[in-house]
Design a protein around this ligand. Sequence first.
Ligand SMILES: [Zn+2]
Length: 340
Amino acid sequence: MVTNKNKSNLNRRQFIRTGAAALAGAAIVPSVLSGRPAEIAANATIDSIHNSPGFYRFTLNEAEITVFSDGSFRLPSEIFAFSADQEKREEFFRSRMIPFDEVPMQSSPVLIKTENHRVLVDTGSGFSDQEGSNIGRLGMAMQTAGISPNSINVVILTHAHPDHLGGLVHHETQDAIFPNAEIVISDVELDFWTDNNVSMQLPDWMGPFLPGIQSVMETMDGRFRTISAGDEIVSGIRSIASPGHTKGHISIVLEAGDQELLIVGDSITNIHIDFENPDWLFAFDLEPETASNTRKRLLDMAATDGMLILGYHFPFPGLGYALKRSSAWQWYPAGWTVLP
Ligand SMILES: [Zn+2]
């Protein structure tokens, strides 16, 4: 059994080595998502964009859903399946083409347009100027998709890690990026991060990111609506308790007629490891065993009910299904649908 302390030291060293620290530290701050589309357009150059900003729009009965790409980054592979038997782990990684050094990750916030609401789930990192990172692209993606940040009524945070809440605040002006939205977060999650003793409860690697998270929370003070896991957030959109990755992590279910979309946030982060070996532990989960149980519960529910799954860190756009395979599951990506 790896102790939390040893694990944390390894993680922190690896995390910093890869520059992924910027994801939370620096990334939480700056933002290309200024809420001023004209300014973004004026500053955007071929050099700064690299690739086209990404979004994917589809419908689920009456609901219009747009998945945005906030960009991609890498995490050291050591943090994935750290609890597994090394030989089995290596064989599995090799057979699924999972790199042994760094695992590429996407970040994909999503907008749900219902009859009365425009609900954004998670906000990306804000920005990172770290070499090799291209996160913080939500603003460009929204602009390209024709969505103004001012039009968002509700922002839901699955949890308060920097790659999910960093896009709430402009790094220079400290302006709220979504000025007309209430920010929905679970009561457990908000309590955790605003507790005076939170630093004592965090693994070492998370420490450097705490000031950034708390700064965003301070800036947004008064804008939060806390919910209990399980509550309905707006009509047709409800939360599900999914603790483990963080204390108060929630997943989101959209009910759209006879279909359901399950937004898993970081309860499930890898389409191979977490589906096929959900018992293997992920070192970036605050409570790895709890997270593993949550993962299995969500996968079981999604497979049983035929729910469409959206994974924040899956290959873009992160949409697909879980199919039961003996004692585990298999990921089946959904095909793209071009809207008329
Ligand atoms: Zn994340």
